[in-house]
Write a protein that binds this ligand. Structure first.
Ligand code: GUN
Ligand code: ZN
Length: 426
């Protein structure tokens, strides 16, 4: 059937991030000529059904339909190091992460992990992710092949790292750029797939590699750029030693042409006002990764300043530094991080804002507004069906919810993959 209708409680967002809620809602989707289902209409059951008389409807009363979650920054090859404690970022990379990533020289291993990763994302209600692969081009082919088989909207890219990296992971400057361009040509814009030019972080790329990445980013202007910035004190000090001419860590990326719309930087903890202004002016976005920042002891993202200076930002798991692929866990950690008031201004993020930052707000930060994340008419029909009664305590607490904010807060605090009953992708 080209046209489908689903009746349940319905959560959507308007393009400005305002939550729209119908306690008895109807979502109507229609498959286009390209085989991708889009939202045709959505709103209260009474209003929408009047516009589409006679439409057969799937009844999910008692459930909540919501946009699929978007993970703005994750590493699919790091599933096998999740939960590996270390003194901080740099020892964690050396002892756990780099050895695990070396194994992706084997395409069979990459294929197995990529498939497992995508199935885990879906089980957790995540329908779009921007993910690191590894330095091996075959790790990108494996990932996109698996994503394509599941017809998902996914973004990834080959990691660029031509120095301060072990044998088996370190790439060669010129070849790394040739490989990246070939992967862009092969995958970017193919169905719902997108390519991200992915320098790991400034310390593991030479000037020549960063320069080449910036040139590629200018030539292929609607690709993504994906990296890390200002995550950890030792890392920030190291960057200052390696790039003494740069004003700040973020300024290194600016000098090489790596700040623009669709440039996504994980963490953004140790930015100053000038850096945030630069993020705002260039349209680059922060991927806030609170479970990772708490687990690795990196620090606390400043939500108040991000808002104040109009810096695009959204939520991310950063697995394997992060401890969970569940958006519920990430939203709760974001709430704790916002509350922290010793190193910055503490604030209480509203549940609707936390939810927006992991759906439509993340889409906006990725330059995918109007495409996914809101269930606005015309957007792709990637959505999830949540069971607010999934556990005894959830059932008890959500029954007593007096408002949308209370319902969403109960799900954020008590929810996990058990809440995600179905995932429907375009
Ligand atoms: N900085 C450079 N590489 C990484 C990584 O793999 N994870 C995190 N969290 N930070 C990084
Ligand atoms: Zn990361």
């Amino acid at each position: 059937m080209a046209r489908q209708a689903y009746r349940a409680q319905l959560l959507r967002f308007d393009p400005q991030g305002k939550a729209l809620y119908d306690s008895d809602g109807l979502l109507v989707t229609e498959r286009g000529a390209d085989g991708v289902a889009h939202v045709l209409d959505a709103g209260s059951h009474a209003a929408v059904v009047a516009r589409h008389p006679g439409l057969a409807t799937t009844d999910w009363s008692g459930r909540l339909i919501a946009p699929g979650f978007i993970d703005m920054h994750v590493h699919y090859p790091q599933l096998d190091v999740i939960g590996s404690p270390a003194d901080g970022l740099l020892p964690w990379l050396e002892h756990y992460t780099f050895p695990a990533e070396k194994r992706f020289a084997d395409p069979a291993h990459a294929t197995e992990v990529a498939g497992f990763f995508l199935d885990e994302l879906l089980r957790n209600g995540v329908t779009t992710a921007l993910t690191f692969a590894t330095t091996h081009p075959a790790s990108v082919d494996a990932f996109f092949t698996q994503a394509q088989a599941r017809r998902l909207r996914m973004i990834s890219g080959k990691v660029l790292q031509d120095r301060h990296s072990p044998d088996g992971l370190r790439d060669e400057t010129e070849q790394s750029l040739i490989d990246s361009e070939a992967l862009i040509e092969r995958w970017h814009g193919k169905g719902r797939l997108g390519y991200a030019i992915t320098p790991r972080f400034a310390p593991t790329s030479t000037d020549a590699q960063l320069q080449g990445a910036g040139e590629l980013a200018a030539r292929y202007s609607n690709t993504w750029i994906h990296s890390h910035v200002a995550e950890n004190h030792d890392e920030v000090r190291w960057v200052a030693e390696l790039f003494p001419q740069a004003r700040s860590y973020l300024d290194v990326y600016q000098r090489f042409g790596l700040l623009r719309r669709r440039a996504v930087y994980a963490h953004c903890i140790y930015l100053d006002g000038t850096d945030r202004q630069l993020m705002h002016e260039t349209g680059a976005a922060a991927a806030v990764s609170p479970t990772s920042n708490l687990f690795l002891g990196s620090g606390f993202f400043d939500f108040a300043q991000a808002r104040e200076q109009n810096m695009l930002h959204g939520l991310a798991s950063d697995v394997g530094g992060g401890t969970s692929l569940s958006p519920f866990h990430t939203m709760l950690a974001a709430y704790y991080t916002g509350r922290e008031g010793q190193t910055k201004q503490g604030l209480s993020l509203a549940p609707t804002e936390l939810w927006w930052r992991h759906t439509g707000g993340a889409a906006q930060a990725l330059g995918l507004d109007g495409v996914v994340g809101t269930l606005q008419p015309g957007s792709e029909a990637d959505f999830i069906v949540l069971n607010p009664q999934a556990t005894p305590l959830l059932a008890r607490r959500t029954q007593r919810a007096q408002s949308l904010e209370e319902l969403l807060f109960a799900l954020i605090v008590l929810g996990d993959d058990r809440v995600v009953e179905r995932v429907v992708t375009a």
